[in-house]
Structure formats: structure tokens, C-alpha cells
Ligand binder design. Structure first.
Ligand SMILES: NC(=O)C1=CN([C@@H]2O[C@H](COP(=O)(O)OP(=O)(O)OC[C@H]3O[C@@H](n4cnc5c(N)ncnc54)[C@H](O)[C@@H]3O)[C@@H](O)[C@H]2O)C=CC1
Ligand SMILES: O=C(O)C1=N[C@H](C(=O)O)C[C@H](O)C1
Length: 248
């Protein structure tokens, strides 16, 4: 029989945090130990074994370090992670080697698969671009998922020795060709009515391939978050990306 895992949620009043609280409460093998939001003292995180963080890029590193210093595992969905910030988590884990931290730009299983398929396909096409589409209350652009997708595609293109994608543009309005993520243009749409969507566009002479994922509801992220919570306790150290807990 599986032991009950005690979970604290940071950012609990937010769109994702409140959904995570409901998912944890509904899971028979998990117990919601504490809910924290802006201004709350995290203290001992209510004695939780795992802290789940869905807050804001400026707060998430501090929250993760707070957890790691107390030996509390962390599952993090907040975006905005740089190599320097990831290194700071790695350093902290050096002082707490039994603790695990999972940081994932997207917990929707279809989004994880989209990243994998995009990386797989990227080397076969001359042109590659990413379009992400989100609700207008999102504070960061482009999305963490789109940045990660573009990085994986760029890595695959480099490894295959592909040249820069063709683009004859010599005159444009600022932003018209999107953000340049390692040579892959990433375009961000903000539209009321949307939740979280991504399109990967690949093209060669005479054909295109489109890979699209849609999260129509934030419940779509919950199976992945719960997989993270259940697995992070057995995976000490830093794991970036849910794919590592999915045998992908
Ligand atoms: N990895 C994934 O699958 C997903 C990641 N996200 C990311 O999660 C983050 C949160 O997204 P939403 O829930 O939509 O935002 P939100 O704005 O609805 O919620 C954020 C919550 O964090 C709280 N907060 C801010 N600073 C805090 C602090 N220092 N301590 C504790 N709480 C604090 C806010 O008061 C708010 O309640 C964003 O970075 C978003 O991109 C969102 C959806 C899925
Ligand atoms: O803010 C959101 O909503 C989302 N954020 C994540 C991201 O930036 O990639 C994941 C998903 O796209 C939803």
C-alpha cells in the first residue's frame, strides 16, 4: 500500500494553485497539508513532504530554496527559469542530497509529447516556427513551453547541421517576426477565451507539418502535476521536464 504524501501548495489562491489544491484533495494517496499565497510565512510548510509551486517568476526561486533547505521536495510549474536560477537550485540541493526538485514548463501530457515530437521532426525541415496562444492574464511572453520547444528544436537542427531557416525579410515592423529563440521564431498571441495552446510549424518545399496542442481547461495539467508529486520523492536532485518521469 502507498503511503500518504503530505503536500503544501504555494500560490494556492491562483488559477493553477487552486486547481492543484482540488486535485490533491481528491487524490486518495495525497493530503493537502497547507495552502500558501503572497504574504504568507512559509515556515515549515506545514510539515509537508512535497511543496508545489505555481506563483510568479520573481518568487519561485526563493520558494524552492526555502523548501530545499528544509528537506521538502518541490514540484514547480512556474515559468521564467534561467540557467543561473537552475544552477542556484542545484547548489542548494548539494546541501540536501536526499531532496528532489522537479521543474516543468508544462504538465499537460499532450504538451510534453508535442515538445518531444517537435524535437524529433525539427531536423527534417528547412523552416521551423512556434506559435503559442494564451489567455490575456498571462504575465510572461513567450510562454515557458514555447521557449523550451524552440530550444529543443534548435538543438536538433544544430545537431543535424541545418543552416538558418530561409527568411527574405529585409523590412518589418518591430516584433512582426516574433522572438528569436536560438534561431527559431516564437510568436505569442493573447486572446480572451483561450487557456493554453501551442502550434509547431515545420516546412520544406511542397509540404508542411503542424503539431498542435490545446489545453482547454486547467484540469489538463493535473495528471502531470500528480505524477510529479508522486515521483519527486524518489528522485533526489534536480529534474527539468516531466518527460523524465514518463519514460519518454
Ligand atoms: N507548468 C505548467 O504546466 C503550467 C505553468 N503555469 C505557470 O504557473 C504560474 C502561475 O500561473 P497562474 O496560476 O495562471 O497565475 P496566477 O496569477 O493565477 O497565480 C499565481 C499566484 O501566486 C501568488 N503569488 C505571487 N507571489 C507569491 C509569493 N511570493 N508567494 C506565494 N504566492 C505568491 C499570487 O498571489 C497568485 O495567487 C505562471 O508562471 C504560469 O506560466 C501555468 C499553467 C500550467
Ligand atoms: O500561464 C499559463 O497559463 C501557462 N503557462 C505555462 C507556460 O508559460 O508555458 C504552461 C502553459 O502554457 C500555461
Amino acid at each position: 500500500m502507498r503511503m500518504t504524501i503530505r503536500v503544501a501548495v504555494i500560490g494556492a489562491a491562483g488559477r493553477m494553485g487552486s486547481e492543484v489544491c482540488r486535485a490533491v484533495e481528491a487524490a486518495g494517496d495525497l493530503e493537502l497539508a497547507g495552502r500558501y499565497d503572497v504574504g504568507d510565512d512559509l515556515g515549515d510548510l506545514a510539515g509537508a513532504q512535497v511543496a508545489v509551486d505555481f506563483t510568479v517568476p520573481d518568487a519561485t526561486l526563493g520558494n524552492v530554496l526555502h523548501a530545499v533547505e528544509r528537506g521538502v521536495h518541490a514540484v514547480v510549474g512556474t515559468t521564467g527559469w534561467s540557467d543561473e536560477r537552475l544552477a542556484a537550485v542545484g547548489d542548494a540541493l548539494g546541501g540536501s542530497p536526499a531532496t528532489g526538485v522537479l521543474i516543468a514548463p508544462n504538465f499537460a501530457l499532450g504538451a510534453v509529447l508535442t515538445m518531444k515530437f517537435a524535437a524529433e521532426a525539427a531536423r527534417f525541415y528547412e523552416s521551423a516556427e512556434v506559435v503559442e496562444l494564451h489567455h490575456p492574464d498571462k504575465v510572461d511572453a513567450p510562454s515557458g513551453t514555447a521557449v523550451r520547444t524552440a530550444q529543443l528544436m534548435a538543438e536538433a537542427r544544430r545537431a543535424a547541421g541545418l543552416p538558418e531557416a530561409p527568411d527574405a525579410t529585409t523590412s518589418s515592423l518591430p516584433g512582426a517576426r516574433g522572438a528569436d529563440v536560438e534561431g527559431v521564431p516564437v510568436h505569442a498571441v493573447r486572446l480572451r477565451g483561450l487557456v493554453a495552446h501551442e502550434e509547431v510549424l515545420l516546412g520544406s518545399v511542397g509540404e508542411t507539418l503542424t503539431i498542435r496542442h490545446d489545453s482547454f481547461d486547467r484540469v489538463s495539467f493535473m495528471p502531470g502535476v500528480l505524477i510529479g508529486v508522486r515521483n519527486v520523492v524518489g528522485h533526489p536532485g534536480l529534474t527539468v521536464g516531466l518527460e523524465h518521469f514518463l519514460d519518454l
